[in-house]
Ligand binder design. Structure first.
Ligand SMILES: Nc1ncnc2c1ncn2[C@@H]1O[C@H](COP(=O)(O)OP(=O)(O)OP(=O)(O)O)[C@@H](O)[C@H]1O
Ligand SMILES: [Mg+2]
Length: 468
């Protein structure tokens, strides 16, 4: 039977049971209630559809063969009303082909008769978990759409929206993730948010900086050691993998990992076991690994500096964080976010950022990415003496960057207006277009209603690689 903490997971999950035989329904109701589910029953398929509309159950458990509307028809109508509904069909052995058809039509699973209470319990648990993940995913998407923010991660530019989408999709899974991006682009922030929105959120997130420790020290940090394994190992000590058991390990700067440690890490990933230095015992561990690199790890693999087999184990899902200069649409949003954040720690905080400051920020190339922008705003907030941050509050390297951009396209020459407003738009458009069509120039040309020659000319003009 179900354990106590399992019972909590079934709370508030509504299951609609449909069967033309009343005694069967009574049996379902008794079992489901004892497992902690809310249970609604009906012997009538049409009534069941009404209940799907009015009560929004999470799961429907239905017999396949019923007079009037049968299980398949009920499945189709119910999924039309609520595509996320998990429908489980119950079927006699003789009708298994119809059950398979039901699964093809979107049923979550089927249970062949006769079945035990345990069998039913397992299928219901799987369906509940499935619903929970779908609901969680929806919640994250709504939050994202409404705030341009994913938790405390800000971004409305297309590349960042795509990153958020990926995070939404993959956080609930348990797959390893590799995050690449220049320094300061937010790799650790994304890693933390994948962890926080995933199944291990209640367990630890353990960051390890692979670049900061010498090889031997890092090895014993990660894998632990037994007493006497090396000079100075006075006691047994578990490593970070053991410490992080059931949680997430964040391996930062993974490209700096020495070859001997790469080999050991690969074993951990393949066998889900660690052996402490100097130890014989293999200890089972269950961890999710999120790694990050500001070097192109694929290039490191090509140059034989990083093991290819390890790369594939780590890179089940990859996220590329674009540098800030490629998402200038986020600069103002981020600047205002940091203004609010740092404003909290000063007595009379500035409440806005003047337009010419924004222009300066937009012209800067941000080699230090979001971290650099964050530092610039933090500094400006503490220097600022009025209610608006002005150019004088910016560091010299940003302040002295040429004359500010004009703001009114009608007051400059057409050539200047093109350079400032049209060309960046055309360049972004083109990059996005090609990306959407996987680099296929013919398809891209068709979608943009221009000819291929124009695309080639623009690619050349903006120095964009054609992807082909
Ligand atoms: N999209 C964002 N929204 C809000 N804050 C951000 C965003 N991206 C980065 N930051 C902030 O910028 C700083 C740098 O981010 P983070 O440490 O995650 O970068 P990183 O890519 O891991 O950098 P490094 O490679 O140097 O370790 C952090 O303080 C983080 O909170
Ligand atoms: Mg980092």
């Amino acid at each position: 039977m179900i354990a106590l903490d399992e019972a909590a997971k079934t709370q508030n999950i509504r299951v609609l049971c449909v069967d033309d035989e009343a005694p069967m329904l009574e049996g379902y109701a008794r079992l489901l209630r004892s497992l902690g589910y809310d249970c609604i029953t009906t012997t009538d398929g049409y009534r069941a559809i009404e209940i799907v509309k009015s009560e929004s159950p999470h799961i429907v458990l239905t017999d396949l063969k019923m007079p009037g509307i049968d299980g398949i028809a009920l499945l189709e109508s119910a999924k039309n009303i609520d595509p996320d509904l998990a429908v489980i069909v119950v079927t006699a052995y003789a009708t298994i082909p119809s059950a398979v058809e039901a699964v093809r039509k979107g049923a979550f699973d089927y249970v062949p008769k006769p079945f035990s209470a345990d069998q039913l319990e397992i299928v219901l648990q799987k369906a509940s978990e499935h619903r929970r993940l779908l609901d969680e995913n929806k919640r994250l998407r709504v939050q994202l759409r409404d705030t341009y923010a994913f938790g405390n991660i800000i971004g409305k530019s297309q590349p960042m929206q795509r990153v958020f989408e990926t995070v939404c999709k993959i956080a609930p899974s348990d797959a390893n993730v590799l995050i690449c991006g220049e320094s300061g682009t937010g790799k650790e922030l994304i890693a933390r948010s994948i962890h926080a929105n995933g199944p291990r959120a209640n367990q630890g997130f353990v960051p390890v900086d692979c670049a900061s420790l010498p090889e031997t020290l890092l090895e014993s940090e990660l894998f632990g050691h037994e007493k006497g394994a090396f000079t100075g190992a006075h006691t047994d000590r578990p490593g970070l993998f053991e410490f992080a058991n059931h949680g997430t390990v964040f391996l930062d700067e993974i490209s700096d990992l020495a070859p001997s440690i790469q080999a050991k890490l690969l074993r951990v990933l393949q066998e889900h076991r660690v052996r402490r230095l100097g130890g014989r015992r293999e200890i089972a561990i269950d961890i999710r690994i999120i790694s990050a690199s500001n070097r192109d790890l694929e290039a490191a693999v090509a140059q034989k500096q990083f093991r290819e087999d390890l790369f594939y184990r780590l890179n089940v899902i990859s996220i590329k964080l674009p540098p800030l200069r490629d998402r200038s649409g986020d600069i103002e949003l981020l600047a205002n976010h940091f203004l609010r954040k740092f404003g909290k720690s000063v007595i009379r905080p500035p409440v806005r950022i003047s337009t010419d400051v924004i222009e300066h920020l937009l012209r800067h190339s941000w080699p230090g990415n979001v971290r650099e922008l964050q530092n610039v705003i933090e500094r400006a907030v503490s220097l600022c003496e009025s209610d608006a941050i002005s150019v004088a509050d910016l560091p010299e390297r940003i302040r002295s960057f040429g004359a500010p951009l004009p703001t009114d396209p009608m007051r400059v020459s057409l050539r200047e207006a093109r350079r400032i407003w049209l060309e960046p738009l055309e360049k972004d458009y083109l990059k996005n277009l090609l990306e959407r069509h996987g680099g296929n120039v013919s398809e891209a040309a068709r979608a943009a209603e221009i000819d291929r020659q124009t695309i080639y000319r623009l690619l050349k003009k903006y120095g964009i690689k054609s992807f082909e």
